[in-house]
Ligand binder design. Structure first.
Ligand code: FE
Length: 206
């Protein structure tokens, strides 16, 4: 890290470096007025630039339906299950957020059943100016032959569709599902309102 070269290891230098690092962290977390300036000079996240970081495609399976409703919540009366928020960013391999990306989700209900007659637990949205998406839904149930998963189609404006699936960590069926891919596992965390699943889509936009 460049900061280390700018200060000798005196107590004063160490304290000064600590203050700068603290300031950088605070501004990055808080998104404060110095957020952009403070991060100049930081090295990019290595994973961000790796070509193998591109979100891999997967089969759509038999249950995709076009023309899902535009909505950010799939919760509606009568839907049972454990609530979860699925959220993250869509970015390019150059780590730039991609705005206006169509993100179309479909999933099984808590019993592992898809609604093929209507649009329950199906919906699309567009990533915001920061490339962010956020979906309120329930944890999908498992069904024979598959581990727990979401289906998703991701499409940047005027670009090809990336069809893929997202998985959960620690599911026993992950080992026996032939198309499970560890690169597509969400990061799970908890909040007072329920589970949060985090996943960033990385598109190869050339
Ligand atoms: Fe499925």
């Amino acid at each position: 890290m460049k900061l280390a070269n700018d200060f000798s290891l005196t107590r004063r230098g160490f304290l000064a470096a600590s203050l700068i690092v603290t300031d950088v962290l605070f501004n990055r977390i808080a998104g404060g007025p110095n957020a952009v300036a403070a991060t100049v000079g930081l090295e990019p996240t290595p994973a961000c630039a790796a070509s193998d970081d591109i979100t891999p495609p997967q089969t759509a399976g038999p249950f995709f339906k076009p023309r899902s409703p535009e909505r950010k919540s799939l919760l509606e009366p009568g839907i049972q299950g454990s609530r979860i928020v699925l959220e993250g960013y869509v970015r390019s391999t150059k780590c730039k957020p991609v705005q206006g990306v169509l993100v179309d989700f479909w999933q099984a209900d808590a019993s592992g059943v898809y609604d093929n007659a209507g649009y329950r637990l199906r919906g699309h949205q567009f990533a915001d100016a920061a490339g962010r998406y956020r979906l309120e839904t329930i944890v999908p149930g498992v069904y024979p032959g598959r581990t727990r998963h979401f289906h998703v189609r991701v499409q940047a404006p005027n670009r090809p569709v990336l069809t893929t699936q997202l998985y959960f960590p620690g599911e026993p069926e992950n080992k026996s599902d032939f198309i499970f891919n560890a690169k597509l596992v969400v990061a799970l965390s908890g909040s007072p309102g329920g589970k949060i699943a985090n996943f960033d889509f990385v598109l190869d936009l050339g």
